[in-house]
Design a protein around this ligand. Sequence first.
Ligand SMILES: Nc1nc2c(ncn2[C@@H]2O[C@H](COP(=O)(O)OP(=O)(O)OP(=O)(O)O)[C@@H](O)[C@H]2O)c(=O)[nH]1
Ligand SMILES: [Mg+2]
Length: 249
Amino acid sequence: MVNVVIAGESGIGKSSIINLITGRNVAKTSNDTAACTLQVESYNAHIDGRDFEIWDTPGLEEGSVTAVNARLSEVVIQSLQQLKRNGGIHLLVYCMHGNRAKAAILNNYKAICSLVPPTTPVVAVITRLERYQDRMEDWWSKNASELSGLGMEFADHACITALADSSRLSPALRERVAHSRRAVRDLIRRSCPVPPPQVMFPSSIPGEFRDATLVARGLWSSEAGAQIRKTEKYRRGSSKEISFARFGL
Ligand SMILES: Nc1nc2c(ncn2[C@@H]2O[C@H](COP(=O)(O)OP(=O)(O)OP(=O)(O)O)[C@@H](O)[C@H]2O)c(=O)[nH]1
Ligand SMILES: [Mg+2]
């Protein structure tokens, strides 16, 4: 399973993004100032034939040292450590408000990044851009260098609105919501490449037969030309049938 963690400040729209991705109203959202999501919880999303487990997290208040925030921090730390041990974290989606000062979220960004393995890609999702005067995507070209200057680096991004779709929205806004859904789903899909297939061989198979099996499955790269030639004989005639029948391919 591919685990995708959604993180960022409280009220930024993390749970709304999960509803946008899944196309269902599964994660609770709220307009209240108090934190809405209090536990780390996962939701299944099916994107282009692949299954992703999307993890919602409680938002952490920047610079706040209240007991509630300390408890939520503890919840996030514990849950992400557990996830790292059981299955791993394959992508961190860091969410930000399109209109807020970027310097104010630097510590939040650093704190969250420190909780995922250094090899996990971190991508940005910018929310609340439904009334952005230009194309939503233009937010990035205007602001990315400032983020980078602050030390906030992202492997990729999506600029969106996480507003819930509704017939009460104008056609223009609904179009932005639909575009946002495609943008976030695409971001997740392209940021989590399909891992190369792992071929498990019973130890009883001799090495040269393993080569023949790989060639037949199209898994052998062109650099292995010499090996392919060596195993060519297994692709012809009865050896092929024998080896494939024997190894259940
Ligand atoms: N205008 C606008 N409102 C949004 C957007 N995204 C979320 N909201 C609203 O903002 C409020 C908070 O959204 P949530 O999804 O609950 O935010 P959250 O980050 O999960 O919040 P916590 O769980 O408290 O950390 C809700 O009323 C959402 O409808 C957006 O892109 N634009
Ligand atoms: Mg939430």
